[in-house]
Ligand binder design. Sequence first.
Ligand SMILES: Cc1ncc(COP(=O)(O)O)c(C=O)c1O
Length: 385
Amino acid sequence: MPPDRPASSTICVNAHIGQDTAYGAVIAPLYLSSTYKFKALDEIGPYDYGRGGNPNRDALASTLAQLEGGAGGVITASGLAAIDLVLNLLDQDALVIAPHDCYGGTQRLLHSRQAQGRLRVRFIDQSDGQAVAQAYADKPALVFIETPSNPLMRVVNVAALASTAKQAGAMVVCDNTFLSPVRQTPLALGADIVVHSTTKFINGHSDVVGGAVIAKTAELAKTLSWWANCTGVTGAPFDAYQTLRGLRTLHTRMDAQETNALNIAHFLHDHPRIKHVYYPGLGDDPGYELANTQQSGPGAILSFDLHCDRDGVREFLAQTQLFQLAESLGGTESLICHPASMTHRAMDQDARTKAGIGESLIRLSVGLERSEDQLAELSVLLSAL
Ligand SMILES: Cc1ncc(COP(=O)(O)O)c(C=O)c1O
């Protein structure tokens, strides 16, 4: 008996394969044209102008919507453009509740929109029930969730946060960048919208900057598409083409990178030079139980605190070879980063300290290299500390 719905690996691999009616191309062609012919006066075809619609963006959006269990979506020029697109749904002065340890660029965006008088934002620890109840009592219009969080891999309960947010009358938006739809589907847990930096696991090859917004309802998807055309934040066709190409191997990449990450997490967990490992795949991690119910795996990102000061960190990072010292994550190659001075430098020091992002924190995006090679490099780096 065939299953009711294809498995997500099949959706990824077969997305828009063999549907070209012009030449029978197996792979969906790339449409770079910025404009499309009208059939006649008042007779508009499926596309008219590339900012508002493009077949490659639509192919990627419909595939991601299928994977996330949404009704439709919009492909944007970056992950932050995706988040900013969602903010257009808010009335002036609306209250946004966001995690105090979310991605630094998201914090900067929300702070800057607040400084303009566009909205109000409150950053809270979303795993603290009392802080959540207090924030919800102020009638937020939007609750923004990022789980696992960047860079501390904290897992929050999407279903619980979403159901109480709904009672408070708020829309729920979840950033699913760290896991991708093959490990977590927030819409099924009660979120209204999922956002992605497709720059990360979805494209997976560190050669495209892009984003996506997936909506639970067709109405919401339509409103978001309207705003995307109005504000011009849609992504380029070639980026969408590349990203769909990357998406085809998402399952296999995630499986292999996650296995490597688990090996590293266990290795670091027992190492004397390591103060703490943040990874929900470890049995003693505070997010372990929740991750086991909410996610179908812990993912391939992990962070750790070293037993050293900033100078020690500098020395540690100076010796890396296989792990590239770079921002971003989710590519096939392993990356190492110092969040306090790199990805989260846009946050002020006080906010970083409150969130737990200290000077000795290191984040790894674990790639597809042979696990033994990754462990050997980390072992050398740590023994030189
Ligand atoms: C969790 C998360 N959300 C959003 C973004 C922003 O994405 P982009 O860099 O594609 O704008 C990032 C970037 O690192 C991220 O880590």
